[in-house]
Design a protein around this ligand. Structure first.
Ligand SMILES: Nc1ncnc2c1ncn2[C@@H]1O[C@H](COP(=O)(O)OP(=O)(O)O)[C@@H](O)[C@H]1O
Ligand SMILES: [Mg+2]
Length: 194
């Protein structure tokens, strides 16, 4: 059965999608069977970061709604044969993502993969909570700026309230101009999470 990991943050533009793709590739390079799932319905960026934007035919919502079967929507990475992508829909309504539907997709993916990595949308609304809903582990991506830290803190709180048994693994995004600050933040958040 797969481990389900959510990459989330609260704030947008902090590096969730990049982190999901990089973690997915690193795990796949290490021999694990990995699927990265884009929960950012409406925006859909993970396919672009993975270089698969021209290969998207069906998406997560199609599978949730029974329009397509899971194997029709899964895209195999061209470089790593054990890395797969389940893309998000660019156009459809976020309400199409139901708790029961997401549960079904995760249950169907689970026996086929070692890792299911969920790329969360920004915010604390439906899409973000659904991305967290089935996660065993969470990576919280943050930036060394107060608004990002506060939003991350809220996400950690929300995650902990909902799923108190699940571990959390905050990470700070490396800030090229101020690496020391980013590292300090990472230590602080890691300390909070323990
Ligand atoms: N570790 C990093 N260092 C510097 N820039 C990054 C890093 N991770 C992501 N970025 C850049 O930040 C922007 C937002 O990244 P993205 O992964 O789309 O964020 P999110 O999914 O949280 O909205 C992109 O331009 C991306 O290239
Ligand atoms: Mg994103």
């Amino acid at each position: 059965m797969a481990k389900v990991l959510v990459v989330t943050s609260g704030k947008g533009g902090v590096g969730k999608t990049t982190t999901t793709a990089a973690l997915g590739a690193a795990l796949a390079q290490g021999g694990q069977n990995v699927v990265v799932v884009d929960f950012d319905v409406g925006l859909r960026n993970l396919d672009l970061v993975m270089g698969a934007e021209r290969r998207v035919v069906f998406d997560l919502i199609n599978v949730v709604q029974g329009v397509a079967k899971l194997p029709q929507a899964l895209i195999r990475d061209k470089r790593l044969e054990n890395l797969w992508l389940l893309p998000a829909s660019q156009t459809r309504d976020k309400d199409a993502l139901t708790d029961e539907g997401v549960g079904r997709v995760i249950a169907e993916l689970s026996p086929r993969f070692d890792w299911i990595l969920c790329d969360s949308p920004a915010g604390i609304e439906r899409g973000a909570t659904l991305a967290m809903r089935y996660a065993d582990e969470a990576v919280i991506v943050t930036n060394p700026e107060v608004s990002s830290v506060r939003d991350s803190d809220r996400i950690i709180g929300a995650h902990h309230r909902r799923y108190p048994r699940n571990p959390r693994y905050p990470v700070a995004r490396h800030h090229s101009r101020e690496p020391g600050r980013a590292q300090g933040l990472q230590c602080r958040l890691a300390g909070d999470a323990e």
